[in-house]
Design a protein around this ligand. Structure first.
Ligand code: TA6
Length: 299
């Protein structure tokens, strides 16, 4: 749908407009007294969430804005698999949702001034080459005092299917070495670097490449920077929390990730990484992440 038609249908005076973004990709811009945000139709990918004019998501300054690439940073949507495909190494890492073109299904302003946006991806012959089922995938954002993200999958097929997924949020932080993540004490996790199963003791701190899949999701996690809580993260209906920082060496191997980018970012992801999320015909499942941001140490 052309920009003019999209704005006629969805724009909200002075609060929501739809424009051409980087790489000539279409993006929804939200400006409200509570928060501002930008979300590309490409991957239904949020690239910015600002409060009091402070950016709270990390976005790579050398991110690619191309239809065949996932934007590095912001909130990539990993679906209908997390990580490499279970059987076909030629299929894209983290599934195809983050490189698919979504449509805008709805944009509404709630009575409390929040903006609720739903993006839709419906299966077609192209998606069925990678995931042989009929589905409706909705990515929903709630933009206000808090940020809410939801991946809502509806099975419109005649057979059940299983999937894995992640709300792969990149948060902007001041200094990874002064950052701790609380709320996962005593939780079992897989260290993806060694494939070892370990149990977290106390708060999680960061002094090297970190790629952990914790076997817990429905809990409140706090990001603390220099002893001050800057993020409060709540997650529902996932089976895992993924925590990732590439650190120095891994950052250097990624062409869309600056060598020093690891210093100011931390991924905390609500996920279903197991193979036990099965959705029956006509049924749906949603995983959510809500974040409330408090002024970071630099403010
Ligand atoms: O969520 C952590 C992770 O699975 C890491 O293993 C790393 O691969 C990261 O996702 C980024 O993946 P990407 O395909 O976006 O480079």
């Amino acid at each position: 749908m052309q920009l003019e038609a999209l704005n006629q249908k969805f724009a909200i005076d002075n609060k929501v407009k739809i424009v051409n973004g980087k790489g000539n990709l279409t993006k929804v811009c939200v400006e409200t007294p509570m928060a501002s945000a930008e979300i590309y139709l490409h991957g239904a990918h949020m690239t910015s969430f600002r409060q009091q004019n402070q950016e709270r998501l990390w976005l790579s300054p050398i991110a690619l804005f191309q239809t065949d690439k996932s934007i590095r940073g912001g909130i990539p949507i990993c679906w209908p698999w997390f990580g490499p495909h279970s059987t076909n190494p030629n299929f894209p890492q983290h599934g195809f949702a983050r490189t698919s073109s979504f449509t805008v299904e709805s944009i509404e302003e709630n009575s409390n001034g929040e903006i609720a946006i739903a993006f839709l991806l419906t299966s077609d012959e192209k998606t069925r080459m990678l995931f042989p089922y009929h589905f409706e995938l909705r990515v929903k954002y709630q933009i206000g005092e808090k940020l809410g993200i939801e991946i809502d999958t509806r099975n419109t097929d005649e057979q059940a299917f299983s999937l894995s997924e992640a709300i792969h949020s990149y948060f902007k932080i001041e200094d990874i070495r002064q950052t701790h993540l609380t709320g996962l004490d005593t939780t079992v996790y897989i260290d993806k670097l060694t494939q070892q199963e370990k149990r977290q003791q106390g708060n999680l701190s960061f002094d090297g490449e970190t790629d952990y899949v914790f076997s817990k999701s429905n809990s409140e996690l706090l990001v603390e920077e220099a002893g001050k809580t800057t993020l409060r993260i709540n997650q529902q209906d996932g089976d895992s929390t993924v925590v990732w920082n590439p650190w120095i060496d891994k950052a250097k191997t990624m062409g869309d990730f600056p060598d020093d980018g690891y210093f100011n970012m931390l991924c905390v992801e609500a996920a279903n990484t197991g193979d036990n999320l099965i959705i029956k015909p006509g049924e749906s499942h949603a995983i959510t992440q809500q974040i409330s941001f408090s002024a970071s140490t630099s403010s």
